[in-house]
Design a protein around this ligand. Structure first.
Ligand code: MN
Length: 486
């Protein structure tokens, strides 16, 4: 049982914590040059949370505080600052305990309260399980998060919940794993937090497709053994070759592909594992950018590269900001190996994504927008541009009676909502309820509204609706219906 969860090498399992290891130093050791004030804050949040959750147990029967400790540690590991770590300790105490917002404000101030309340709000969003609205739900998460630190806390919370999912009933396991795979892991990907994405995907995959997951693990094990034999030999020769050329300032390690990404890749290659060369790759990390290209030259000078497999993601980074050079070479003894070359900064960014851009010494809520803009400039990331523009300023997010999220332009009315659900619903709309109360059909919606549309067979669109529509779709449908009446 224990070993199953210990596969995640970066996070201690629930049982490890039971050995009385919840030592605050495990968390503060991730801080880079913390001030006495920083250390005090972490210690205080630790103690406050422990007290607030006294006697509170998890489904596993263990102390609830273990969860908060694990979440705070996940956050610290991503290199986040002390306010975010403190909020990690406190993220469940308003929802689950008698702690009030006032208490937190008094002890920790507005910024930490803002983060805790943000996480509490996100916890209230229900996942309907219908694919159609997943994109809206992901956008909604971003919008209500306002501050991306909230989203990072939520992702770290979900990671620990996934790591301890075995204590929940089967049915819950499946729905939580599904939600994780469809909503949380893609969010981690878009924020470029590879480390979280990988773990969230592999854990969900094992619950959702246990047979497939076992099969892939088996293939991985067989293939890995074979590749790593070549890899060890290649690594030794390469070190010599680099030394000959005066390059000594580097580190090397093996990167093993995640189970879920191998699964996806196998689907792409129609299950033919022989076409997949990066199950285990050699990663070279250097301190100077120019060394990346020097090393690439040295490798290609001595080993023949596979055509079409040289990728310079430094010159053209991936959309989520990923930077590295990849090449795949013939080792000369029958092996084929992928090599990834990058600087330390690129490596940190590849693992921690946007978390590595959110300032370590936090500047507060206003600072993050600035950093987001910086990040976007650097990464040329149209996604981040999208967050800034659409989601915060131009969109609203409203709910169907069963909790699906619909995103609409700001100023949309219940008519826009009805057409977003289905043309027939719009065409036969006879009334609307918002948050359980009857309202005029032309009412403007705001984010968070729960909207219910009433229809009648005899009801028809009306010319007078048009000024109350924001979406092109609603306007077009109404015009169509009016035209066909003529
Ligand atoms: Mn939690």
């Amino acid at each position: 049982m224990v070993s199953k969860r210990n596969q995640s090498n970066c996070n201690l399992s629930y049982f490890d914590y039971n050995w009385g290891m919840n030592n605050v130093k495990e968390i503060t050791s991730f801080l880079d040059n913390p001030s006495p004030k920083d250390l005090d804050l972490i210690q205080k949040a630790y103690a406050f949370s422990q007290k607030a959750h006294e006697g509170h147990l998890r489904k596993s029967g263990g102390p609830y505080f273990d969860h908060l400790f694990a979440v705070a540690k996940n956050i610290a590991e991503l290199g986040m600052g002390v306010s975010t770590i403190a909020a990690g300790f406190l993220h469940d105490c308003i929802e689950d305990r008698k702690t009030t917002a006032e208490d937190i404000k008094k002890e920790f101030g507005d910024e930490i309260l803002f983060l805790v309340e943000g996480v509490t709000k996100l916890g209230k969003i229900k996942y309907g399980g219908t694919n159609r609205y997943n994109e809206s739900l992901r956008k909604f998460f971003l919008a209500v998060s306002k501050d991306l630190r909230v989203l990072i806390i939520k992702l770290c919370d979900r990671l620990h919940n996934m790591q301890t999912l075995e204590f929940l009933p089967k049915e819950k396991q499946l729905s939580i794993a599904q939600e994780t795979l469809e909503i949380y892991a893609p969010l981690a990907y878009r924020l470029g937090i590879k480390k979280l994405q990988r773990e969230l995907e592999d854990l969900s995959f094992a619950y959702l497709y246990p047979e497939k997951s076992k099969e892939i693990k088996k293939i991985m094990k067989e293939k890995r053994g074979e590749v790593e034999k070549h890899l060890d030999k290649f690594q030794k020769s390469l070190k010599k070759e680099l030394a000959k050329n005066g390059i000594t300032d580097f580190s090397m390690d093996h990167r093993v592909k995640s189970i879920y990404s191998l699964y996806k890749k196998m689907q792409k290659y129609k299950e033919n594992v022989e076409n997949i060369y990066d199950i285990s790759a050699l990663r070279i990390i250097v301190s100077k950018l120019s060394d990346c290209y020097k090393i690439l030259g040295i490798i290609h000078g001595s080993w023949r590269p596979l055509p079409g497999r040289i990728k310079d993601y430094i010159a053209s980074p991936k959309l989520n900001g990923y930077k590295s050079i990849h090449t795949t070479i013939f080792t000369g003894d029958g092996g084929i190996i992928e090599v990834q070359i990058r600087t330390e900064d690129m490596h940190k960014e590849a693992e921690h994504g946007i978390a590595s851009h959110l300032s370590y010494k936090e500047e507060g809520v206003a600072g993050w927008i600035k950093e987001l803009i910086e990040y976007q400039k650097e990464a040329g990331d149209e996604f981040v541009e999208g967050i800034k523009h659409d989601f915060f300023e131009e969109r609203i997010f409203v709910f169907t009676p069963i909790g699906d999220v619909i995103d609409l332009p700001k100023g949309s009315s219940t008519i826009d909502f009805a057409y977003a659900i289905h043309t027939d619903v719009g065409d036969h709309m006879s009334g609307a309820k918002v948050n359980g109360k009857m309202v005029a059909i032309t009412s403007t919606l705001v984010s968070g509204d729960r909207v219910e549309i009433e229809t009648k067979k005899s009801a028809k669109p009306n010319q007078k609706w048009l000024p109350f529509c924001k979406t092109t779709m609603a306007k077009r449908r109404i015009n169509n219906a009016l035209d066909s009446k003529k």
